[in-house]
Design a binder for this molecule. Structure first.
Ligand SMILES: NC(=O)C1=CN([C@@H]2O[C@H](COP(=O)(O)OP(=O)(O)OC[C@H]3O[C@@H](n4cnc5c(N)ncnc54)[C@H](O)[C@@H]3O)[C@@H](O)[C@H]2O)[C@@H](O)CC1
Ligand SMILES: [K+]
Length: 482
């Protein structure tokens, strides 16, 4: 399990650790780790050109001490001082080692830029001249290594409010920060390298977590020898309408590939016919009236892909949500519940799987605002609606009351294409039907779906059916990792 922490959590842990160590020890550890990563990235330190962007706080101190280490190894190091003050001892050590102070031109001629403008002590958008220096680093041909977090990225949320450094590598001190795992911040961080400064024993419960493949392998149910299709879990899929048939085919496909014992599709005539012809394995029921009464027992429902948003769909949604099993609410069903919240009044679990636009209708926040602050909006929605929320997007996050948000790191932008959400709904539903709770089902499904997207894309466009077809390979890979 990967874990990440807010700036406040890190600061508290640092204080506890610092109280037991001679002054300056932590910064020395941080700088040594930072210099080592820079040296590896440079390949040859002697004779290379390094520019340091140095802010007025300890983040700048880290950069200066690391710059001193690189200067001692023969690098030509130039520091651009951005703050009205500069870490005094760091600057002394740096100058003593042969480092120089320079203007912004240093950035243009550097092989490597070290971004030590701000770290966890930043407040709000970068002010000048910090913002200008961040832009200069982004425009320069050099490799950029960010100290702790890319300056301009909020360490606790991943928000980017103005100019922000786009790093190829971020060397983070003590423990990863939440903003390095959540977009838009995560996209600015590049590869994240952790420097162990001894913070481990002082860290609290994490703010966010990310499942590794091995974690997913542990959580996934494996059929036992005595399993039969009913014990392995029957997933019901209430999807498709005479207008929209493809979504049902894709959701059923996702569910079939993710290990459900049986998939039962219910819907109108056209989608039922499509599902029957695509998936002879599925059991289909054409609904004569908008109700699931009498269609047979299922362990979990997927509700919504292509269902429509009219009166018929509303009746189907009410009937599915009146059941006593977990329900995944997706796509058109999200529109239905945002119009009629009373549909969500039930005791069995609910998992909602919106993208930012759908979440904006559900909780009345702006779409851009949700994209900018994915974590806080997913958390707020989970609390307000009393459900588990899987918020899709460039970083998929899963939020549930009283649990750390799970962030998915496997996705690829190739997945941003029509129908992939229907596949995700099917995969999640199959995991719910196999007995995973909403939180685990959603986070495992997001992991497998992202991995399947990478396998299917392999550097080129994919379609949603390819993603469903790659789910078994994704499952094999997580088991290999486990
Ligand atoms: N506390 C410790 O023991 C350790 C701290 N470390 C480093 O110290 C950093 C935190 O240091 P600080 O608490 O001094 O804070 P920072 O250095 O992150 O930021 C504070 C400085 O940035 C300026 N600033 C803040 N927001 C700004 C904005 N929006 N635009 C322009 N300037 C802004 C402030 O005026 C101040 O000079 C960590 O991120 C890490 O890099 C590491 O050395 C590990 C040990
Ligand atoms: K930084």
């Amino acid at each position: 399990m990967r874990t990440a922490y807010t700036a406040d959590q890190i600061r508290a842990a640092e204080h506890a650790l610092m109280a037991r160590l001679p002054e300056g020890t932590l910064m020395q550890r941080a700088a040594a780790g930072l210099a080592a990563v820079c040296a590896t990235a440079l390949g040859r330190v002697y004779g290379s050109r390094v520019a340091l962007l140095v802010g007025g706080g300890d983040n700048g101190g880290d950069a200066l001490y690391a710059g001193a280490l690189l200067a001692r190894r023969g690098a030509r190091v130039e520091a651009v001082l951005a703050g009205s003050r500069t870490h005094e001892r760091g600057l002394e050590a740096y100058l003593l080692a042969g480092g120089r102070v320079a203007g912004v031109m240093a950035v243009e001629r550097a092989d490597l830029v070290v971004d030590g403008l701000v770290g966890i002590g930043a407040t709000g958008a970068l002010r000048e001249p910090y913002a200008e220096l961040a832009r200069a680093a982004n425009a320069a041909p050099a490799l950029t290594v960010a100290v702790d977090v890319p300056s301009g990225v909020d360490a606790s949320s991943g928000r980017v409010a103005g100019a922000a450094v786009e790093a190829q590598i971020t060397v983070t001190m003590g423990a990863p920060k939440t903003g390095l795992l959540v977009d838009p911040g995560a996209a600015r961080a590049g590869a994240v390298e952790l420097v162990d400064i001894g913070l481990g024993p002082y860290l609290p419960a994490p703010d966010v977590t990310a499942l590794t493949g091995a974690d997913v392998a542990d959580l996934l149910p494996r059929p036992a020898t005595e399993s039969d299709k009913y014990r392995r879990g029957v997933v019901g899929i209430a999807a498709g309408s005479d207008l929209y048939t493809g979504a049902a085919v894709l959701a059923v496909g996702g569910a079939l590939r993710a290990g459900a014992g049986m998939v039962r599709h219910v819907g109108q005539h056209a989608p039922v016919a499509q599902v029957r012809s695509h998936w002879p394995e599925a059991v289909v029921t054409e609904l004569e009236r908008p109700s699931i009464d009498g269609v047979g027992r299922v362990q979990a429902w997927v509700l919504g892909p292509g269902l429509g948003t009219g009166a018929w769909a509303h009746e189907v949604a009410a009937s599915v949500l009146a059941s006593d099993v977990p329900v995944l609410v997706d796509a058109d069903a999200l529109t239905l519940v945002s119009r009629d919240r009373s549909l969500l009044r039930r005791t069995a679990p609910v998992l909602v799987t919106p993208h930012a636009g759908e979440l904006s209708r559900l909780i009345g926040a702006g779409r851009a605002e949700i994209e900018a602050g994915r974590l806080e909006h997913a958390r707020a929605a989970a609390a307000e609606l009393g459900v588990t929320v899987l918020l899709k997007g460039s970083t998929t996050v899963v939020a549930e009351a009283d649990r750390p948000v799970r962030v998915n790191a496997t996705g690829t932008s190739w997945l941003a294409t029509g129908g992939t959400g229907d596949v995700l709904a099917g995969v999640s539903g199959a995991l719910l039907a196999q007995g995973l709770d909403c939180y685990d089902a959603a986070s495992c499904a997001a992991h497998l779906h992202g991995l399947a997207g990478r396998i299917a894309a392999d550097g080129a466009p994919l379609n949603a059916a390819d993603v469903a077809a790659a789910i078994p390979e994704a499952i094999r890979r997580v088991h290999d990792e486990g």
